[in-house]
Design a protein around this ligand. Structure first.
Ligand SMILES: [Zn+2]
Length: 249
């Protein structure tokens, strides 16, 4: 794979970084990333990945754009109301960088279809607001040794997880084996718009670091961002002995 002159110019500000370089940019171009959920997290995540030169991106979401999405789902405009999120996201990204191949999937992930949707991707990004879907994605990625980069947002806080399942590490189920009484769901709880942007951008940061094989400090950890206290802390997730079928085998 080669980079042409236009690509070199487009990405020169990242190529001049020693940790990226031309070989890193080729890795970015080759990477295949799946984004599940084209909401407040998916919008900035997709934008940064496409702008950075990730050429193969799948986006999954079965929702249409509603007025109440527009405070944080920054790829969408008033004129997009009622249209499918994945279709409009693709239209906007193509305007930013036409070369990116985007596969759109208007579908809800289930036990039956998860393999067909996830199998072609090395890195899976979860930004869904549904606990059962999170567990389903976690279990598939763990069993198939994919890298899972998840984010969740609620009110003024955000959580970020990274699991490179090629290594022996805990999983999301170890951290949260059962549905919390209060689900992290911005539809019910509310969300401060920039928190979505910050967490989606942090997710993009981890995706690019994974592609480039850069230092992997977040692997097996949770990062907690508190936008009121302006606090970021990281803590290690422990393998849960009750995570029987998934982590203990
Ligand atoms: Zn586990």
């Amino acid at each position: 794979m080669v980079l042409d002159l236009k690509e070199f110019k487009r990405f020169e500000k990242q190529i001049i970084l020693k940790k990226v370089g031309i070989s890193g940019q080729k890795k970015i171009k080759r990477a295949k990333v799946l984004i599940i959920g084209m909401g407040g997290l998916g919008c900035p995540l997709l934008t940064y990945l496409a702008s950075s030169g990730v050429n193969n991106i799948g986006i999954v979401d079965h929702d249409k754009i509603e007025l109440g999405n527009l405070n944080r789902q920054i790829l969408f405009s008033t004129s997009d109301l009622g249209k499918y999120k994945v279709n409009q996201a693709k239209v906007k990204i193509k305007k930013i960088y036409n070369q990116v191949k985007i596969k759109t999937l208007k579908i809800k992930i289930t036990k039956k279809n998860i393999k067909a949707i996830l199998k072609g991707y090395d890195i899976v990004c979860d930004g869904t607001d549904n606990f059962n879907t999170r567990l389903l994605i976690n279990d598939y990625c763990k069993k198939n040794k994919k890298t899972l980069i998840s984010a969740a947002i609620n009110k003024f806080d955000g959580h970020l997880f990274k699991f490179n399942f090629k290594k022996k590490i805990p999983c999301f189920r170890c951290f949260m084996p059962q549905q919390p009484i209060q689900e992290m769901n911005c539809d019910v709880e509310g969300i401060f718009p920039p928190v979505a942007g910050i967490l989606g951008s942090l997710q993009a940061n981890e995706v690019l670091k994974t592609i480039l094989d850069l230092k992997d400090d977040l692997n097996g950890n949770i990062l907690i961002f508190d936008s009121l206290k302006m606090n970021i802390r990281k803590s290690k997730i422990q393998i849960n002995p009750n995570c029987k079928n998934i982590c203990k085998n």
